[in-house]
Design a protein around this ligand. Structure first.
Ligand code: BGC
Length: 857
């Protein structure tokens, strides 16, 4: 069964003055709590422009930025703490930001309960002026003023490495204050700090959650603190005796019990303004059906796999248990084996009368809920799933003619949203839910098309750096969980890959700079391990690859080291650091060692798809052998019946490498494969999110390996990157080193079985479009190139261009304005100036594509 779903439709922008672009500050719309503002506006300026920053109508800073600029840094020392500012790029863009506290956090901390969610209450007298609540917790909190919730953030302040730092938010109170006494309330639950984390039991960071909050008022005399958490506060029962992210929550009537707050020593860690997007409710999904597989046991199906919790409408009294899972057993009961120790169990103990009940501090991955104790008849209308996510703004869309591929794209988006909850996680259902490094590293480029990732991933890079060991080893998960290990190739190389990605997408040289020394320490660690350039194989290899021939782990390790060395050399260039040559030479040494150890001429000694994919993608094959190596890979795939045999390492590279080396037809056949293992295989099996394993469910063996079988894992969603770049044709040059998506490579690749594909992406340099449509008379290619970027288009046409037109004129007649180069394979390449372009390629120029389609039909 196929269902059409879409990812979070987060409004991308706040409101902007007419005619101006909405600006971002540090990658966010109008953020509150900024120490070093970086302003950007998703376009390259056609002319120089004045940038001004104002506070309360007064200009506090001005600069002139040159043409081509899309970002500028405001010097932090010009700014006051906790002050709202507006900014404007004359004639182009506008935005706002509010500064953070710009100083040490010194409000006292008070303790919560080790297992329950409790309410911490305190009061203060309103003063004139603008007022904010600054609040943080070791645990997760919700803040209320006079009984009304402040903001819509969930699970605040998120998961950081609490050994190093925790984040605070600033919530404005000004319009919410009442004259006289105001009551503040902070609901506090164990969260990641004291609740269960990653199968390791509760209390990983501490045995009791704690919170710290202060009210700050700005008036004509400046900024003052008027209230703070302390021993005058009281704790109150919230009717949530159990509130655990992984195990579940119990919801009942509050008892009315209260007791004095106890102050605890402030943690000796950094308390910082939060510049990551908050976790929020991104939508709700109604139950579709309810069945009763056994008397008194009802199972609700929400029609798609989601991440969040269930809101129920019920007439009490009632004692209800709700368990959540992704699959059903053969008898229609909830399948829980793949959850491992994750309880995913909520309880509702409700008094007489109507209730709308919902947990607040837990999170489940589920499509089905098994419910016992429901009073009377349960109908789908009684239940809705409330979806939680870090709600990254939508930046890219991909439309294609094939409904199965549309479902695949929706599944990728759904797995992205469901696994971006404060940190980028592997999965949302079992007792793991950790910030696995390779998963985001291989999925990052796809995600970067679909969602605006800058602020989110930049925050996560800090967490990853926090987890780096003093000897340079990089953990496999961030926040670090030492028992999950360190130093696996590709996994730990995320410390290089993700900051580089942020540079390429957003021109984010700040994250790159922050990661630069840690990257170098990581490289030194790996080089010290290497024996004559060969890095020993480490644990994970080509994780979850099907098939029997294993890609040698030391091949992957050495290739990943070479790749990181080369990226560090590029980073040195970008940052103006003096080590580019050093890392360039190290790359040459390691790639030479790779060739010696693993190649025999153009062929790999152990031939695997992943081996060829990494060698070709990361430029480890001598240029003269590249074509023959690519041919060997294509032959290997063909001989294997066009079935992919790749795991986490090879999958993101296989299709792009084939398409880049002239074997797009082979890539298309892998993509169109419907048998096991393939993307279409999971779609045919009714997947609504991406599977962790190719054989998560197998037609002969059913549900696989309960110990590790997630139905909501975004890693294999990495094929989205190929769909954008090689099918719709929208991308930047994969070998380029420029920042901010300013060097476009538009390379559409019509795919057999599709009739049309079109991508649109709000890049840091403006909105780009690329697509094609096939009709009986040929193929039409369309592009939209924003101002100020360079764009090279490569069209997969063959033979004479006689009939080809561009924007209605014959291409051949435009040689002066639009010089066109013929490529080795007969295609044509040209540089496209900014604007909208429409090329028509009549039958003879695209017959080779049409023939391939016929053959496949
Ligand atoms: C996780 C991953 C991860 C892998 C590596 C799994 O348990 O879910 O996706 O990358 O372990 O060991």
């Amino acid at each position: 069964m196929k269902r059409q779903v879409s990812g979070a439709q987060t409004p991308y922008i706040g409101t902007a003055t007419r005619g101006l672009l909405p600006g971002l500050t540090c990658g966010l719309v109008d953020p509150v709590g900024v120490e070093e503002p970086r302003l950007s506006w998703e376009a390259r300026l056609p002319v120089a422009a004045d940038v001004t920053v104002h506070a309360g109508g007064r200009e506090v800073w001005r600069t002139l930025v040159p043409p081509g600029t899309s970002v500028v840094d405001v010097p932090g020392d010009r700014l006051d703490p906790l002050m709202p500012y507006t900014w404007r790029v004359e004639g182009h863009a506008t935005g706002t930001f509010t500064t953070g506290l710009r100083g040490r956090w010194d409000a006292p901390w008070i303790a919560g309960d080790p297992e329950a969610a409790v309410a911490l209450r305190g009061s203060f007298t309103a003063r004139t002026g603008r007022a904010w609540l600054a609040v943080t917790a070791l645990g997760v909190y919700r803040a209320l003023l006079n009984g009304v919730r402040l903001g819509d953030e969930e699970l605040a302040p998120g998961w950081t490495d609490y050994e190093h730092r925790v984040r605070y938010r600033l919530l404005e109170l000004t319009d919410r204050l009442v004259p006289g006494e105001n009551e503040l309330e902070v609901w506090l639950a164990p969260g990641w700090y004291a609740g269960h984390v990653a199968g390791g039991g509760p209390f990983r960071y501490g045995d009791r959650p704690a919170a710290s909050a202060q009210v700050l008022v700005r008036d004509d005399d400046g900024l003052r603190r008027v209230a703070a958490t302390g021993s005058a506060w009281t704790l109150h029962d919230l009717g949530r005796p159990r509130a655990d992210l992984i195990m579940g929550e119990t919801v009942r009537e509050p008892s009315g019990r209260s007791w004095p707050a106890s102050e605890v020593p402030a943690p000796e860690i950094s308390v910082e303004a939060d510049l990551t997007p908050p976790v929020r409710v991104i939508g709700t999904v109604r139950a579709v059906t309810v069945t009763e597989p056994a008397p008194g046991i009802q199972v609700a199906d929400f029609g798609r796999n989601v991440v969040g919790r269930i809101r129920l409408r019920v007439e009490g009294p009632a004692t209800i248990e709700v368990r959540h899972g992704e699959e059903l057993t053969a008898t229609g009961r909830l399948y829980t084996d793949n959850l491992r120790t994750a309880g995913q169990r909520d309880e509702f103990d409700l008094g007489p009368g109507p209730h709308v009940a919902e947990p607040a501090f837990t999170l489940h991955g589920f499509r089905y809920a098994e419910i016992t104790g429901w009073p009377g008849a349960l109908t789908p209308d009684d239940l809705e799933a409330v979806l939680l996510s870090s709600a990254l703004p939508v930046t890219g869309t991909l439309t294609v003619s094939d409904p199965a591929v549309r479902q695949l794209i929706a599944n990728i988006g759904a797995s992205a949203d469901g696994n971006l909850v404060s940190v980028p996680t592997d999965c949302p259902q079992r007792d793991e839910r950790a910030g696995w490094t390779a998963d985001i590293s291989v999925f990052g480029s796809t995600l970067g098309f679909l969602r605006h990732t800058q602020a989110f991933l930049s925050g996560w890079v800090t967490t990853l750096i926090d987890g780096q060991r003093s000897d340079g080893a990089v953990p496999h998960v961030a926040p670090v969980l030492p028992e999950y290990g360190y130093d696996s190739p590709v996994w730990s190389d995320a410390l290089v890959e993700v900051p580089w990605l942020l540079w390429r997408r957003y021109g984010d040289d700040r994250t790159l700079r922050r990661a630069y020394d840690p990257m170098r320490r990581w490289a030194a660690y790996c080089l010290a391990q290497a024996d004559e350039g060969i890095r020993p194989g480490r644990a994970l290899g080509d994780w979850l690859a099907p098939g029997t021939v294993e890609t040698p782990k030391s091949l992957i390790a050495t290739a990943a080291l070479a790749r990181s060395l080369r990226l560090i050399a590029h980073a040195a260039d970008v940052l103006g650091e003096p080590h580019a040559q050093e890392y360039g030479e190290a790359f040459t040494r390691v790639s030479g060692a790779f060739q010696q150890a693993f190649l025999n001429g153009p062929r790999l000694r152990t031939e695997t798809q992943t081996g060829y994919a990494v060698a070709l993608a990361w430029d480890l094959i001598p240029p003269e052998d590249r074509a023959a190596s690519a041919q060997a890979l294509a032959d290997l795939v063909r001989d294997g019946g066009h079935r992919l045999m790749t795991g986490f390492v090879g999958t993101p590279l296989l299709l792009p490498v084939l398409s880049e080396t002239g074997h797009h037809d082979v890539a298309c056949r892998i993509f169109n494969q419907e048998g096991y293992p393939s993307w279409r295989y999971q779609l045919r099996a009714g997947a609504t999110t991406m599977w962790e394993r190719w054989d998560a469910w197998h037609h002969r063996n059913g549900l696989q390996t309960p110990a590790m079988n997630s139905f909501n894992h975004y890693a294999y969603g990495c094929v989205g990157d190929w769909l954008f770049r090689h099918v719709a044709g929208l991308g930047d040059d994969p070998r380029g080193t420029g920042g901010g998506f300013g060097e476009l490579l538009l390379r559409p690749g019509p795919v057999p079985l599709l009739r049309q594909a079109h991508a649109r992406y709000r890049s840091a340099s403006g909105t780009v479009e690329s697509g094609w449509r096939a009709g009986p008379d040929g193929v039409q290619f369309t592009f939209d190139v924003p101002e100020g970027v360079t764009a090279r288009a490569v069209l997969p046409v063959r033979g004479a261009w006689d009939g080809m037109t561009v924007n209605g004129t014959f291409l051949m007649g435009l040689n002066e304005q639009l010089p066109t180069t013929r490529l080795g394979d007969g295609g044509c390449a040209l540089n496209l100036p900014p604007g909208r372009w429409s090329f028509t390629a009549p039958g003879p120029a695209v017959n080779h594509l049409l023939q391939a389609w016929d053959e496949l039909r």
